[in-house]
Design a protein. Structure first.
Length: 441
């Protein structure tokens, strides 16, 4: 069998396989011999059918099956021996007039190649690494929320300025229907808050979404409006009041501190605020790291130019998956996934250039840390090593979990690399300023 590659451009090629009689003759003959004792043809007893009739009845189908096996195996071995770095899998060119009786059978396969490119992690950029601080406003608000959460709810007949109101925001046209609990202090305009004063359970208060809150992003929290829709949203929503409560704030004493953080770990209001600040800034740091990673990804995708075998991939997308895609659907799917594919290639190149590898010990250590953090969240502050490692072993026996956790380990290692190489500008901000920056405003 003769196999060759025909280059179309840097990322598209065709593999041509020329199959001759000797490549499949022996296996076809073996199959026909095996068929002889089992063949049934009218007028002949089973096993007594002449060989030429058996070949006439079954030969073509057997030949096609055996040729396909030969071609598939040769193609697989060729790709491996040539060390071809493919995107997708080879696609057979369809020939409606293929002649199975020809002396030489020619098969052609389209392939898409991973492009050759370099990345510059140290290229000049305007990436910002945010240091997010918990300011007094945020900390005081959290203290108040703790006091309300652990205090005593006192049902009220009518809404007062300090009431907590449970109800549902609704606008049928925009698909808004969300039940939430609010305080009147969330509204930007005092006139809006005043609409609720004196209202009772069952009353409906209509408010407009434009300028409803200090930050339009709060529409995402209270009305469950998508981010793409929050800016400039100008519709009336009805708030149906379902419950009205005042609050007898919990006393900030040692009993409450021990309940929240464990015995003796917090002993005063100052300790409480310090703990809130520490926990909040730890969470903010994780969010800031996620933003940094996303910003670096966007920068590398924009600054690293390379060609993809787009038309090949669109055709390939039509052939994979349980549901076959139409050309139009494949076009949409390719547009949706192109950015992710580009970063996947950049990510691989970055790891190769920096000699980053993921070992089982890396995966085990990452999983152990994650399990311990989860156990703390559920109140298990001092698990034994035996308990933790038992859970880790069970998690790592699941291939889907291994894949998911491996991706997180890769992201963590790349984040360390990007912090070092990309040399982002450091900027200290409040959480409100960080949220605004995260949405590009």
């Amino acid at each position: 069998m003769d196999i060759k590659r025909v280059a179309i451009n840097a990322v598209n090629e065709t593999i041509v396989l020329n199959v001759v009689h000797m490549d499949y003759k022996g296996q076809v003959q073996k199959r026909l011999n095996e068929k002889m004792p089992l063949a049934t043809v009218k007028g002949f007893r089973k096993g007594q059918v002449p060989k030429d009739l058996v070949e006439k009845q079954y030969g073509k189908a057997i030949k096609q099956e055996e040729v396909k096996k030969v071609v598939d195996l040769a193609l697989e071995r060729y790709v491996q021996s040539e060390r071809l770095n493919l995107l997708g899998t080879p696609l057979a060119k369809v020939n409606e007039n293929f002649d199975w009786d020809a002396e030489e059978l020619v098969f052609e396969y389209e392939i898409g190649l991973v492009p050759n490119f370099e990345i510059d992690l140290e290229a000049k950029n305007d990436i910002v690494k945010y240091i997010v601080t918990a300011d007094d406003k945020l900390i005081d608000g959290q203290v108040e929320r703790i006091q309300k959460q652990f205090g005593k709810a006192i049902p009220q007949d009518v809404v007062a300025a300090d009431s907590d109101i449970t109800g549902t925001f609704a606008n049928e046209e925009k698909g808004i229907n969300n039940t939430t609990t609010i305080s009147l202090s969330i509204f930007k305009d005092k006139k809006t808050a005043d609409k609720f004063i004196g209202k009772k359970v069952g009353d409906v208060v209509t408010v407009n979404t434009k300028g409803l809150f200090e930050d339009d992003h709060q529409l995402m929290d209270y009305l469950k409006v998508g981010h793409d829709d929050v800016h400039g949203l100008d519709v009336d929503v009805n708030f149906t009041i379902e419950a009205i409560n005042g609050a007898e704030l919990a006393e900030l004493n040692q009993e409450l501190f021990d309940k929240l953080f464990g015995e003796g770990k917090v002993a005063s209001l100052e300790d409480l605020k310090a703990k809130i600040k520490e926990d909040a800034e730890l969470q903010f740091a994780q969010q800031a790291d996620q933003k940094l990673l996303a910003d670096v990804q966007d920068f590398l995708i924009e600054s690293t130019k390379f060609e993809l075998p787009a038309e090949f991939l669109k055709k390939w997308l039509q052939t994979v998956g349980e549901k076959k895609l139409s050309p139009e659907e494949a076009e949409v799917e390719y547009a949706r996934s192109e950015k992710g594919l580009r970063f996947q290639l950049i990510e691989g190149k970055a790891m190769a250039q920096s000699n980053i590898q993921i070992t089982f010990e890396d995966l085990k250590a990452f999983t152990t840390t994650a399990i311990k953090q989860q156990m703390v969240q559920f109140g298990q502050t001092n698990p034994t090593d035996e308990e933790v490692q038992g859970i880790v072993a069970r998690v790592l026996s699941n291939q889907e979990e291994v894949k998911r956790l491996s991706e997180q380990v890769v992201a963590e290692k790349l984040l360390v690399l990007f912090k070092e190489k990309a040399n982002p500008t450091t900027k200290e901000v409040t959480y409100e300023e960080f949220i605004a920056a995260s949405y590009g405003e």
